[in-house]
Write a protein that binds this ligand. Structure first.
Ligand SMILES: NC(=O)c1ccc[n+]([C@@H]2O[C@H](COP(=O)([O-])OP(=O)(O)OC[C@H]3O[C@@H](n4cnc5c(N)ncnc54)[C@H](OP(=O)(O)O)[C@@H]3O)[C@@H](O)[C@H]2O)c1
Length: 260
């Protein structure tokens, strides 16, 4: 029987070095690898897992420094680039987390279609897609999610919905993990991993999450049948104060934002 102190030490060790499990079966291809979700996903894969990072020629690779990854370069909106990357496998798992960039075309629906097509052709066993609460393969009732600012983010959410539709209808076994609020507060570094973020099946609920927990939860789904052909939301009950501030900012005007 563990003492309380031993149990706490064990759980902290699990947060600090989450990569000590056996390597996952097969190789993993990561789109959006230079980003926050993609790099946290890679960091949480068990040591020895063979990872290929898909980056653009212009991507800043700082978040991948020191990680044992191979690189392929291309634009995920370019069908041929994605097909070539998938053919460079074989990959058992493909992970994707995109975010739009100012002045660039929306990356969501186009990349999803390219990835699903190439992953299917290459016989990929699992596609893990980071989605967004408020976007879904079937029409969303905005009243379900009063914490999402549909007025402000409507066009992006439409694109994300088209992406999720491509993923769930694409005949590659999928895991969609929709984020609600990723906690990054103004003037502060991103919210550190708490170890308390969790996947939930109740798609009427949304909540906060730290990038580290999101990466860990996605990594823990690799090759796991419990995650196949399933859409999850994520939440972290320890971040409720940060979530209240996030919501306030999402609906604030330039006059009211200082109150958040
Ligand atoms: N609700 C919230 O509070 C919230 C907050 C943040 C994120 N999110 C969601 O979480 C998901 C992931 O976001 P994130 O914060 O991890 O994003 P991020 O750190 O901004 O990274 C985005 C990644 O997408 C890549 N990318 C964009 N366009 C591409 C293209 N055409 N080809 C190849 N790569 C491309 C970027 O590459 P480059 O490095 O080359 O640009 C980067 O690696 C998104 O769905 C986002 O909407 C939600």
């Amino acid at each position: 029987m563990l003492t309380r102190r031993q149990a706490v030490a064990l759980s902290l060790a699990a947060i600090a070095s989450p990569t000590n499990a056996a390597p996952v079966e097969g190789r993993v291809l990561v789109f959006g690898a230079s980003g926050s979700s993609g790099s946290e996903f890679i960091k949480h894969l068990p040591k020895g897992t063979r990872v290929t990072a898909f980056v653009r020629p212009t991507s800043n690779r700082d978040k991948l420094a020191g990680l044992d990854v191979a690189f392929v370069t291309g634009d995920a909106l370019n069908e041929a680039d994605v097909a070539a990357a998938c053919r460079a496998g074989p990959f058992a798992t493909v992970f994707a987390a995109f975010q739009s960039r100012p002045g660039e075309p929306s990356p969501y629906a186009g990349t999803a279609r390219n990835i699903v097509k190439a992953a299917k052709a290459a016989g990929v066993a699992q596609l893990i897609w980071i989605g967004q609460v408020g976007a879904a393969a079937t029409p969303v009732d905005p009243a379900m999610y009063p914490d999402i600012n549909f007025k402000l983010f409507g066009p992006a959410l439409n694109e994300m919905s088209a992406a999720e539709k491509a993923v769930v209808e694409g005949s590659v076994p999928y895991t969609v993990i929709r984020v609600g609020a990723v906690i990054v507060e103004r003037g502060k570094p991103p919210q550190p991993e708490t170890g308390q973020g969790r996947l939930i099946n109740d798609l009427t609920k949304m909540g906060p999450i730290a990038y580290g927990d999101l990466g860990r939860l996605a990594a823990e789904c690799v090759g796991q049948s419990r995650c196949f052909n399933t859409v999850f939301h994520v939440t972290d009950d320890t971040l409720s104060a940060q979530y209240a501030r996030w919501r306030c900012r999402r609906f604030a005007t330039s006059e009211t934002i200082d109150r958040c």
